[in-house]
Design a binder for this molecule. Structure first.
Ligand code: ZN
Length: 252
């Protein structure tokens, strides 16, 4: 279990992970008997020593608050999440500048919100899927007409009315949404102006097949709006009662 600890005096953050106490093994070819020597790393102990006599408190990470501009799988990046001590909220920036660096945590006074900056249709994927599935194939003109129609419908949609499909995306700020019934009916109705007879039936089936989890999902891109607050003037915190620190230290 990870534990997030804040020093109230310094506004510094420490993320205590189960690995903090595990030794780091280093391969040492010079030593024949034991090729590995272990170095005890105790970053947490360093943190405690550094903030001796200060007031420490546990912060709870606010679920689902994690955001980042880069892919989940990208190791070198900055991401943000929110945490609280029950009274105040904090934004924590978690980052690493090089791949071999440990993660760093920085407390930012302020807040952030996410703003939807674009709603797009998956034009390329839709075209490919049409070509793969429809026989006889659609003419390029008709594919373009469908994409134009769908794009226009997407532009009018309020993203708040749609159902989110979280597992589709590799990027925290790209979220996929399922087209709702009203808009898929509207799409179908307008398809009647483009497609006739057999072709229309094929399109109708195509929309039914793909509106829930496939190429017809709408992609919304969000931006992180970080609102940094000026640091409030540091209150004097008396260090005479360091009971919170003891409480945390006792959990080690
Ligand atoms: Zn401190």
């Amino acid at each position: 279990m990870n534990q997030l600890i804040r020093c109230k005096n310094c506004d510094e953050i420490f993320m205590k992970t189960p690995f903090d106490h595990s030794p780091v093994y280093i391969f040492d070819p010079e030593r024949s008997l034991e090729n590995f020597r272990s170095i005890e790393t105790d970053d947490y102990q360093d943190f405690l020593t550094h903030h001796q006599g200060h007031q420490l408190e546990n912060l709870n990470i606010i679920e689902d608050s994690f955001v980042s501009r880069k892919a989940y799988s990208e190791p070198v990046k900055a991401s943000f999440f929110k945490a609280t001590n029950g009274k105040e909220k904090f934004v924590i920036k978690k980052f690493r500048e090089k791949i071999d660096e440990p993660l760093k945590y920085l407390l930012i006074p302020g807040d952030y919100s996410l703003k939807c900056s674009a709603i797009e249709i998956q034009s390329e994927e839709i075209s490919k899927q049409f070509k793969r599935e429809l026989n006889p194939p659609l003419s390029q003109n008709k594919i373009d007409a469908f994409l134009k129609l769908y794009r226009e419908i997407a532009e009018d949609i309020n993203i708040k009315d749609l159902e989110r499909i979280p597992e589709e995306s590799h990027y925290p700020l790209e979220i996929y949404y399922r087209l709702d019934d009203i808009h898929s009916m509207f799409l179908l109705r307008n398809c009647r102006n483009i497609f006739k007879g057999q072709e229309y039936s094929a399109i109708e089936e195509f929309i039914q097949r793909h509106k829930d989890d496939g190429v017809l999902l709408l992609k919304a891109t969000y931006e992180i709006k970080l609102t940094e607050m000026a640091k409030p003037r540091k209150k004097m915190i008396t260090a005479s009662v360091p009971f919170e620190k003891d409480k945390i230290a006792a959990k080690k």
